[in-house]
Design a protein around this ligand. Structure first.
Ligand SMILES: [Zn+2]
Length: 211
C-alpha cells in the first residue's frame, strides 16, 4: 500500500506517534534481520524516551520510508497457545508454606478439586472445616511446582492435631486417648498411611496410666 504523504519538515526528527508505530511494526512484522531491528530501535529510542541519548538519529523522512517498508513485510504468525499449566497434584492432604492445609480429592464426576481447611475458634477451642476454593486446584498446582507445597507428613498431622485438638484430615474432634496421642483419628490414619498408636503407646505419649 503506497501512501502519498507530504511530510512537513522531512529532515527533522520523527514524531512520537511515528516512533511508536515503528516500534509496534518491529514487534509485529517479520522478514528483517535482528541487526536492522536494533538499528531502528536505537534511532527511535530518544523519540520515545527523551532521556535516551541520540546516538543514531533518524529523520522523519527515513522513519516514513522505514514504516512503508515494514508495512510491506509479512505479519508474524500468532504465537501458538502454550500450555504452561503445571501438572495437577495427586489426591491427598497438602501443607502450604503459608501454613494453610489443603485437600485434593476427586469429585463425584471424577474431577480433581481442592478444598482448604478453615480453622475457627469456638467457645471451647478450635474447629476445622474444609471449604471448596474456586481455582484452588490451580493455585495448589502452581505452588507445588514452585516447591511451596508438600504432602502433609505424619509428624505435621500429629503436631496439628495436638495444637488444635481436631483431626487435620477430617476436622473431627479428638476425644479418645489414642487419637489424642496421634493427633488424628483412626480412619484418617489408615486413609493417609499414618501410624495409629495402640493403647499402651498412647498412654506413654500422653503420660497416663494404661487403662
Ligand atoms: Zn480424621
Amino acid at each position: 500500500m503506497k501512501t502519498t504523504t507530504v511530510l512537513r519538515d522531512p529532515k527533522g526528527p520523527p514524531s512520537l506517534k511515528m516512533a511508536r508505530f515503528l516500534s509496534d511494526l518491529l514487534d509485529k512484522r517479520e522478514g528483517f534481520t535482528a541487526e536492522f531491528e536494533a538499528r531502528v530501535r536505537e534511532a527511535i529510542a530518544p523519540v520515545i524516551d527523551p532521556s535516551k541519548p541520540v546516538t543514531r538519529p533518524m529523520t522523519k523522512e527515513q522513519a516514513h520510508d522505514t514504516i512503508e517498508w515494514l508495512l510491506a513485510k509479512p505479519k508474524k504468525a500468532p504465537k501458538p497457545k502454550t500450555t504452561t499449566r503445571p501438572p495437577w497434584p495427586d489426591e491427598g492432604l497438602y501443607r502450604h508454606d503459608d501454613g494453610s492445609v489443603w485437600r485434593v480429592y476427586h469429585t463425584q464426576n471424577r474431577r480433581l478439586a481442592a478444598k482448604r481447611l478453615e480453622i475457627q475458634e469456638t467457645h471451647d477451642g478450635w474447629a476445622g472445616r474444609f471449604q471448596f476454593v474456586r481455582g484452588g486446584l490451580y493455585r495448589l498446582a502452581e505452588a507445588l511446582a514452585e516447591g511451596k507445597v508438600h504432602l502433609m507428613t505424619q509428624a505435621e498431622a500429629t503436631e496439628f492435631g495436638r495444637m488444635y485438638n481436631f483431626c487435620v484430615n477430617c476436622g473431627a474432634e479428638l476425644t479418645d486417648d489414642r487419637s489424642l496421642a496421634a493427633g488424628y483419628g483412626p480412619t484418617c490414619a489408615v486413609h493417609r498411611g499414618w501410624h495409629y498408636p495402640n493403647k499402651a503407646e498412647a498412654a506413654e505419649i500422653l503420660g497416663r496410666p494404661v487403662l
